[in-house]
Design a protein around this ligand. Structure first.
Ligand code: SAM
Length: 246
């Protein structure tokens, strides 16, 4: 899979995406990450990419022409219009299912805005998905693009080793993962739950499932409405559609 990240700050994006698991996947040829500097496509002699907003108001707006030409350079290179994600606080909030869906693409363009955002006309022309990473406003789309690229990359087959992938990560079946422990057995007066030392795999699985449900109920009750629970579990943990979740 190849990410094409359209940005005014390519170094920032590359620094964030070339270490650890993602960096190794790039080295192994499972992922490609290319940045396109929008400023390189400015037709203005001082390489300006922003201008005042029509109608007045604070801040500057990224102009349509350099953004479009940067996007078009990718389209011309790969020979088709790929899914193009504009990172924006005005998008739907990113989640694990979206990460899995984007991971099926051969090419994915991530467009990072800056200042007050991007001229609406070019967004209408090129954007297929409007994605936010949460209900807060960042100074630019770069951190958001890195978050999306990281979460999507983990879903590309082969990027995670078996050891890293695990089977029951948070958000699988709309549940959070159970608590994890490692050596030593006792730390700061706190013991690892005895069941994890029992060697009884069925009991461990049962305990983990229970912890997943309890943790989700406590921390993310909003997820539980969509969680894959058996009727028995719903009764046992007192989870019902009529339950007031907030
Ligand atoms: N004026 C815009 C608004 O109120 O919707 C906010 C612009 S923000 C200061 C600059 C850029 O940061 C945006 O164009 C977008 O690319 C990025 N950005 C800010 N918050 C974001 C978020 N929560 N998720 C994704 N991208 C975000």
């Amino acid at each position: 899979m190849k990410f094409h990240i359209l940005t005014l700050f390519p170094e920032m994006v590359m620094q964030g995406l070339t270490t650890s698991i993602i960096g190794r996947a790039v080295e192994r040829g499972l992922l490609e990450i290319e940045t396109v500097n929008i400023r390189d496509y400015s037709a203005e002699k001082h390489k300006k990419v922003d201008d005042y907003p029509y109608g007045g108001g604070a801040g500057m707006v990224m102009q349509a022409q350099p953004v479009y030409d940067a996007w078009k350079s990718v389209v011309d290179k790969i020979g088709y219009r790929p899914r193009t994600v504009y990172l924006t606080p005005q998008g739907g909030v990113f989640h694990q299912e979206a990460a899995k869906e984007f991971a099926l693409e051969k090419d994915l363009i991530l467009l990072c805005g800056h200042y007050e955002g991007i001229d609406e006309r070019v967004l209408e022309e090129i954007t297929t998905d409007y994605v936010s990473i949460g209900d807060y406003v960042l100074t630019g789309g770069e951190l958001a693009a890195m978050v999306v690229a990281d979460a999507v990359s983990r879903m590309v087959p082969g990027v995670l080793s078996n050891q890293e992938s695990g089977t029951a990560e948070s958000f699988e079946g709309n549940l959070l993962e159970y608590p994890q422990y490692s050596r030593p057995r006792e730390w700061n007066g706190r013991e690892v739950p005895a069941v994890l030392l029992s060697g009884d795999h069925a009991k461990v699985d049962e305990w983990r499932r229970e912890q997943s449900i309890l943790r989700t109920k406590e921390r993310r009750p909003d997820l539980l409405e969509r969680a894959d629970l058996t009727e028995k579990e719903k009764i046992r943990f007192q989870i019902g559609k009529s339950e007031k979740l907030f």
